[in-house]
Design a protein around this ligand. Structure first.
Ligand code: SF4
Length: 259
């Protein structure tokens, strides 16, 4: 079984297609995965691998590890564009997420004041006031919306019970231009069910959701690494670009395509 990608709290810097030179922060265990989604394409593997035994890093240990890394990078003159919260699951599930964001902002200001802070989130916790307030402090909230059709979200993202797509779109709309919406596009099959969130009906539903949300930007991307569901296919670059142009034309919001 494919398992977690990140075996430490601080990882990289790595070169990201979307973000540049990015120092990663993984707030989830370094030997397991915890997420409120269980996406078929998750690079960290399925939730079934379990949460591991290391537990969540404490707020103090995140701060100490991040400071050690930033200080060492600064002394060696290493370039950095962004500090990115991602990793083996959903960062906003960490109980000290808000405090960790405050610490990270202070460390960024001390060592690399021009660097941006990004959080990759599946948006399942953005209705919580403390999480929303913390996210509003960072430069880039990159929030997942893979489909605006509930059955497709259930199929591709496999949210925990209780997930409400309409409510999530409403919360995303509350962020408006403070948010960037990110959509993974893919085709394939899972347990005999066809997957395709690039169809006309899917794109039209997404356009309506984006229109309601009015994010600062939309990011369309596709599969880049091995996925736990092996029957998923990458969408060709030209096709993704055509979908991006269609969305831009419909709602006048910049669409960034990575393929
Ligand atoms: S939301 Fe992100 S971390 Fe969670 S399962 Fe999906 S891709 Fe993986």
């Amino acid at each position: 079984m494919q398992t977690v990608l990140f075996h430490s709290t601080i990882f990289g810097p790595i070169h990201s297609r979307r973000l540049g030179s990015s120092l990663g922060v993984n707030l989830m265990p370094d030997d397991g995965k915890i997420c409120s989604f269980d996406c078929l394409y998750c690079e960290a593997g399925y939730n079934a691998q379990g949460p591991g035994t290391s537990g969540l890093p404490t707020r103090n240990s995140v701060s100490e590890s991040l400071e050690a890394k930033l200080s060492q990078m600064k002394s060696s003159g290493a370039p950095l564009d962004v500090i990115t919260f991602s990793g083996n699951g959903e960062p906003t599930l960490h109980p000290d997420f808000a405090g960790i964001i405050d610490d990270t902002i202070a460390l960024r200001d001390k060592y690399y004041p021009d660097v941006k802070i990004s959080v990759l989130t599946n948006a399942t916790r953005i209705g919580r006031p403390a999480v929303a307030a913390a996210l509003r402090k960072v430069d880039n909230n990159i929030m997942k919306l893979d489909s605006a059709i509930p059955a497709t979200v259930e199929l591709i993202d496999r949210p925990n019970p209780g997930y409400d797509l309409d409510q999530t779109i409403g919360y995303l709309a509350g962020f408006g231009e403070q948010g960037i919406v990110q959509t993974m596009m893919c085709r394939g099959e899972h347990e005999g069910r066809v997957i395709d969130n690039t169809s006309d009906a899917e794109v039209e539903a997404l356009i309506e959701a984006y229109r309601q949300i009015r994010p600062r930007e939309i990011m369309l991307y596709t599969i880049d690494r091995p996925t736990p569901e092996v029957n998923l296919k990458k969408i060709p670059k030209e096709e993704l670009e055509a979908i991006g142009k269609r969305i831009e034309k419909a709602i006048g919001i910049t669409v960034q395509v990575s393929a």
